[in-house]
Write a protein that binds this ligand. Structure first.
Ligand code: NAP
Ligand code: SF4
Length: 675
């Protein structure tokens, strides 16, 4: 008997059957833009082999003006059709099903040719859109229908029409972006004309036995968003127009409420989809922050939807469904919703991958093939870099011994998991523990390896991490001065007023840790919804609470400082930095850049501004916490080199600057893949 009876139940769509209730949601990985179709095909085929029922491709533009950026992948020409056939053929060979997402970006298109219902510029793009004429609208509908027909020709099992997240079709639905007075604007009947027309024309162009998913924005999270009555009306009309399945969209991209970041509670929006259950007779999919089989099972068992969509979890582990079905759920590499290697890469124009799984989108190039010769390998340091190297080396058949002087594995991940909103790191450490045990790695905890202990190994990998940087501020030896390690390990009491030196990843983490009191809102959905001002869309348009965000008061007064004369937090993750800044702002944390540190006194920190350093002023605080970055811990590597050995040095021990777990895990995996 499976632990996941709802998740693993097939879904009969009439003309075809899905083997379980899991959809791999659309992700823009930038893989298609490489034009290496073998690589694209292998990415999807690997996930098909992992038994996901149905996959959705990244968004494909139906025409040039609708592309998310100039040159974005699409399906325009006969050659495009041949390229896409490589993908669909490989997926079908692997026993999978795949639908192509048609994404018209409208005013979100990052280019000068963008078009929209009305010339209302989006706050997240510098390009004002051109208002479409009647003929222009007809062209967009025709282009979408044509690309659906081409998708069928290219061998796809269906299409997903992207109608949510504030893209083109969504822009017609709400008065926030649709100011038209013709038959495409004004009343809701007029505003929903375009999505309905698109679905009808796509159905007509593709025939009855072709999956047609419509992704419908169920809670816009923007001013003047849809009411719940409008959402229900649209869903019914979309069903009548010929959709096979309705998928859930949550929030426009310009919404100032996080919808998928790690601090969003698990299954935070499944209650919204549940409201639509029973209103239509076609299956409904729910989405957002569902990352584990037990979460997905609970969502389905609670009647929130007929299927679940997970996207990033399939970057972290392509074999998610197969492992769940085989009773190996604890081996599923967890997506921690960090966005660091997926969305942050996409938005920086890089190919997506995964912090937890560096092979994601690199399947053809990064391979963990069996080693030709079995070697004995010592890995010193069981933080992210060392764990990654140890696991890949063991997977390839090497005999691995993993040392750490701490009583537990995880290294800096153990500090990250203390931060409110970063609870997913617990699961990552647990997964590493499981995998280390399963891989048969000899784990030596509480063991500070010396150079002499390592002389007999064939290969030695040094992943000893980092030490806090000494900022050299006069007075820093006082008892009121604390290191971030002491604070995050709860080794010392912390006063009511705190000033933090350094506003990097750790300074922000410490500020969040010290500001939050009681239970993390990430573990309390109602508190989180109140904190961010999310309301029932049946009560308030777009699901925005009229009173706005209502955060709980801060646990203490925190001031966060940096020397760089720029906005603190500017260098945090591209897609998550704003959330950290907003969270601290809600907690009243004062963030100040461009300071000089003059001296630490018993009652605070003396700072000045500018080159002249005139008029130093004191920030009165009971404690000063040093988060001034880190330096490599290389003493063991140096001792080995002195003895004539050639250790491999990875992670923070290699380069401490701008260290994160993504780089550490990637470096460990790539090293071990080549040993
Ligand atoms: P960091 O991000 O490099 O930040 C170091 C901070 O210290 C900066 O604000 C820097 O600003 C300041 N600083 C540097 N030298 C200083 C000096 N001599 N005196 C005073 N201040 C100095 O390093 P971090 O905060 O240690 O963060 C790295 C860690 O954060 C990694 O372990 C990573 O895993 C973790 N992390 C990363 C993220 C992420 O989004 N990627 C998020 C959370 C945590 P100024 O030089 O301007 O003063
Ligand atoms: Fe999930 Fe982070 Fe991997 Fe993205 S990079 S898939 S958010 S674990």
């Amino acid at each position: 008997m499976t632990r996941y009876p709802h998740l693993l139940a097939p879904l009969d769509l009439g003309f075809t059957t899905l083997k379980n209730r899991v959809l791999m949601g659309s992700m823009h990985t930038n893989l298609e833009e490489t034009k290496d179709w073998n690589r694209v095909a292998e990415f999807y085929a690997e996930r098909a082999r992992g038994d996901v029922a149905l996959m959705v491709t990244g968004g494909m533009a139906p025409n040039r003006e609708g592309g998310v950026f100039p040159g974005a992948a699409g399906l325009y020409t006969p050659q495009d059709i041949a390229n896409h056939r490589v993908v669909t053929g490989r997926v079908h060979e692997a026993g999978g099903k795949i639908v192509m997402q048609i994404l018209h970006a409208g005013r979100y298109a990052y280019g000068p040719d963008c078009v929209a219902p009305s010339p209302v510029k989006s706050p997240i793009s510098p390009f004002p859109p051109a208002e479409l004429t009647e003929e222009g609208i007809e062209k967009q509908v025709a282009d979408i229908a044509t690309s659906a027909a081409r998708a069928r020709e290219a061998g796809y099992d269906g299409v997903e029409v992207m109608g949510s997240e504030g893209y083109f079709l969504n822009q017609f639905l709400v008065t926030h972006t649709n100011k038209r007075t013709d038959r495409w604007g004004g009343s809701y009947e007029n505003r929903m004309r375009l999505p309905i027309e698109v679905v009808k024309r796509v159905r007509a162009a593709t025939g009855p036995d072709f999956i047609l998913i419509y992704r419908l924005s169920m809670i816009d999270l923007i001013p003047d968003g849809s009411t719940w009555a409008e959402v229900v009306t649209l869903a019914k009309e979309i069903e009548k127009a010929g959709a096979t399945i309705i998928n859930t969209g949550i929030g426009w991209h310009e919404a100032r409420i996080p919808t998928i970041a790690t601090s969003v509670p698990r299954r935070a929006f499944s209650w919204v989809t549940k409201k639509l259950m029973g209103e239509v007779s076609i299956p409904i999919i729910t989405s957002n922050r569902i990352n584990m089989p037990e979460v997905a099972e609970a969502v389905l068992a609670d009647g929130c939807a007929d299927m679940v969509s997970m996207a990033r979890p399939f970057l972290a582990d392509p074999h998610f469904v197969a492992k769940a079905a085989q009773g190996r759920a604890e081996e599923i590499a967890p997506c921690i919703a960090c966005n660091q290697a997926c969305l942050d890469h996409t938005f920086n124009g890089k190919i997506s991958t995964c912090l937890v799984n560096p092979r994601a989108c690199h399947e053809t190039e990064l391979r963990y093939d069996p080693a030709a010769t079995r070697k004995s390998i010592a890995v010193v340091g069981a933080g992210p870099a060392g764990l990654s190297a140890a696991l890949v080396a063991a997977e390839r058949g090497h005999e691995v011994t993993l040392f750490d002087k701490a009583p537990e594995i995880g290294g800096q991940l153990n500090m990250a998991r203390k931060i409110p909103g970063k609870e997913e790191f617990h699961g990552l450490v647990t997964w590493f523990e499981t995998m280390v045990a399963k891989a048969g790695i000899a784990l030596r905890l509480n063991a500070e390896a010396t150079a002499d202990d390592l002389l007999d190994f064939d290969e030695v990998i040094i992943a000893t991490g980092v030490l806090p940087r000494d900022p050299g501020i006069p007075g820093q030896g006082g008892p009121n001065v604390l290191s971030y390690i002491e604070v995050l390990r709860d080794e010392v009491p912390v006063g009511e007023t705190v000033v933090i030196v350094g506003a990097g990843g750790i300074g922000f983490d410490v500020a969040e840790y010290l500001s939050e009191k009681g239970k993390s809102p990430t573990l309390d959905l109602d508190a989180w919804l109140t904190e961010w001002g999310v309301a029932d869309p049946a009560a308030h348009r777009g699901g925005l609470a009229p009173e706005g965000p209502q955060p709980e008061g801060p646990a203490r007064k925190v001031t966060l400082l940096q020397r760089k004369a720029e906005k603190p937090g500017r260098r945090l993750g591209k897609t998550t930095g704003w959330i950290h800044r907003a969270t601290l702002k809600m907690k009243g944390v004062e963030m100040i850049g461009g300071v000089n540190y003059e001296a630490i006194a018993t009652d605070g920190l003396l700072i000045s501004f500018g080159k002249s350093r005139d008029d130093p002023q004191k920030i009165v605080a009971e404690n000063v916490v040093l988060c001034a970055g880190q330096v490599s811990q290389r003493s063991l590597a140096d001792a080995l080199i002195a003895k004539g050995l050639k250790p491999h040095v990875i992670g923070g021990a290699d380069v401490a600057a701008e260290l994160d777990a993504k780089r550490a895990i990637d470096q460990g995996a790539r090293l071990a893949a080549g040993l």
